[in-house]
Design a protein around this ligand. Sequence first.
Ligand code: PMP
Length: 383
Amino acid sequence: MLYWDYAAAAPPYEEVVQTMEQIMKQHYANPSSLHRAGTEADRLIKRSREVCAAALGVNPQEILFTSGATESNNLAVKGAALQYQSRGRHIVTTEIEHPSVYESCLQLQNMGWEVTFVAPDSSGMVEPSRIAAAVRRDTVLVSVMHVNNEVGTVQPLLEIGRLVKAANHRTLFHVDGVQGYSGFEPRLGEWQADLYSLSPHKIRGPRGVGLLYVREGVTLFPLLTGGSQENGLRAGTENVPAVVASAKAVRMSGERREQFNNVMIPLRNRLLKFVAGIPELKVNSREDGAPHIVHFSYPGMKGEVLARKLEELGMVVSTRSACSSRLAEPSRILLSMGRDVSTALGGIRISLGDSHTEADIALLEQALLKAVQALKIVEGGMR
Ligand code: PMP
């Protein structure tokens, strides 16, 4: 079996697994406890905050650990909306955000907030001027993802940040950076980002842990109340092994970014070209998209059917993002990119990782050809 679902969950680095085990065994004390073992666990969290902050080019006190990017995104969107509602109750986001941002916005909409969902173009690109045009005096937050998790489009965050702040300097700018970190250096200062979410398990770290950068001076309404952990913004005993292992993954992934791109981009380009050459398939990813995502559709063929056929042939792929893949509806992302329903039902996402080689791509190409041929015959027979 070859695993092509790195964008859903990447296999952890060996160092990450070892760190988790070591910390679980040796540092099980509660970091809030005042005894020596507790203060040692607290020191490990502090150190992890410093490592993550260095990788993001920010201050350690601006890093918050959560239970995952889903929580980070919920906290960024709802925490900002609730905290700053005296400034206004308007939010701007896009139609192609991850459900953890999108559904948070819908929830706020149901509670009386106004949300403007900006549509992308047909390649999944969000036009900065359309975001800026939506910003008003009462806009408290703009949330735009760095890299789309389904098709891999990279958003022009520099321009978006600049235009948002020019339109309203008090509007907060949140970036869901989950799918961008492995391939692109985060430039939080240049993007003028106030909030930034990361998910370690997408970058070969542990799952069930997340990061949220909260720019100094920004406050959020806490969604979890209780103890005073994480600056009072996120109550709950810290997951020390996962936090320490996350810092390891954030550092390692950042250090290996150049190597990751050098390996991944030629493989991605080769695969994109190959898929474009199969007449039944329609490529949905841009050539300048994320180095690890290739998305295409087989219009008229359900994505699940093609994915199952590929799995029979030893290739593990996704139909779309893992969070939405159990939905029977057409992809919200592809529909908002203007694809018809049959194309939006027939998506396949192949996501690459740094363990893949040219030989793996060659095997995947053969399997793709075989799968399409086999399904074409079945489909022809059914007509
Ligand atoms: N945002 C994006 C863009 C994602 O791809 C994901 C993971 N599917 C998330 C947020 C949520 O991350 P987590 O799995 O850590 O909750």
